[in-house]
Design a protein around this ligand. Structure first.
Ligand code: F6P
Length: 323
């Protein structure tokens, strides 16, 4: 291994820069050369590579987003797109690639490794829906942003005795909604993994009103069948039963744009450094993640074939705590 490349792909996540820094400096310390690929797999196909030295990754760790840029590339999903990427890697003399990203990105990494190229993935997505890492880079920061918003909404909700529907990110996974709901003291949590009866949520809110609560918070994952828009439409028909006046806040991409906290910087540092160590010992076609508190590798074949489970018993716990 003499020269490696690193890219960030899919949705940006706070901590990606710390991972880029860790990959770059760990590789430089081994005497290797490092190239950054701009705009994820789109840049890999286009041969958009820039050399990375130690100074190029100075003072990036504290910033959200990714200095390399990222993209969602449909071309890379095709065999032809991946062949172009292999050609570009070859023409730059790259021996190994580190892919920092979530589910779609690691699926791309798996396909590239199946074509014989040494690839190591680093688990990074605010959705925390990637098999092979209990927690992924960016989740902690995104969760704290959601929580800060919920805390603020509670202040105004209490003043006016209102209920707020707060929609958080999570296209296919309710992790962020579940954790933000529990840590934010929500009256109800709606996630894609569980079929929700909107009348049941109406009942929870009206009971909370009758128990004398001065506000109510419903945290909804964007990917739930009854997302904020659908639930709000249902609630409007039942305004009289609910008691609280209703408002809706969709947090959206605000959750992705924060500067990484200590947890995400450290996690990204451990995982980024280990990705290079894996390449150094000839281990590739794997994802580097954190499992039971330890940095571990999981074959990408296993990562793409499995869905990470969500602890749904926490929904019951929340029902008890929301009294
Ligand atoms: O990166 C994951 C995620 O933030 C999901 O939670 C969300 O559904 C999606 O990305 C949004 O994608 P985009 O940034 O392309 O709108």
């Amino acid at each position: 291994m003499r020269r490696i490349a690193v890219l960030t792909s899919g949705g940006d996540a706070p901590g990606m820069n710390a991972a880029i820094r860790a990959v770059t400096r760990t590789a430089l310390a081994k005497g290797w050369e490092v190239y950054g690929v701009r705009q994820g797999y789109a840049g890999l196909i286009a041969g958009n590579f820039v050399p990375l030295g130690a100074r190029d990754v100075s003072s990036i760790m504290q910033h959200g987003g990714t200095i390399l840029g990222t993209a969602r590339s449909s071309e890379f999903k095709t065999e032809a797109g991946r062949s172009k990427a292999l050609h570009a890697l070859g023409s730059f003399g790259i021996d190994g690639l580190v892919v920092i990203g979530g589910n779609g990105s690691q699926t791309g990494a798996y396909h590239l490794s199946q074509m014989g190229f040494p690839v190591v993935g680093v688990a990074s997505t605010i959705d925390n829906d990637l098999y092979g890492s209990d927690i992924t880079i960016g989740v902690d920061t995104a969760l704290n942003i959601a929580l800060e918003s919920i805390d603020r909404l509670k202040v105004t909700a209490t003043s006016l005795e209102r209920a707020f529907l707060v929609e958080v990110m999570g296209r296919d996974c309710g992790y962020l909604a579940l954790m933000a709901g529990i840590a934010g003291g929500a009256e109800a949590i709606v996630i894609p993994e569980v079929e929700t009866n909107p009348d049941e949520v109406v009942r929870l809110l009206s009971e909370a009103y009758r128990r004398g609560k001065s506000h109510a918070i419903v945290v909804v994952a964007e990917g739930a069948k009854y997302n904020a828009e659908a639930l709000a439409a249902h609630f409007r028909e039942h305004q009289g039963e609910i008691g609280f006046e209703l408002r809706v806040t969709i947090l959206g991409h605000v959750q992705r744009g924060g500067n990484p906290g200590a947890f995400d910087r450290l996690l990204a540092t451990w995982l980024g450094a280990e990705a290079v160590e894996a390449l150094a010992r000839g281990e590739h076609g794997v994802l580097v993640g954190q499992i039971k508190g330890e940095v571990r590798t999981t074959p990408l074949a296993e990562v793409v074939a499995n869905k990470k489970p969500l602890d749904l018993s926490l929904l019951k716990l929340n029902d008890v705590l929301a009294r």
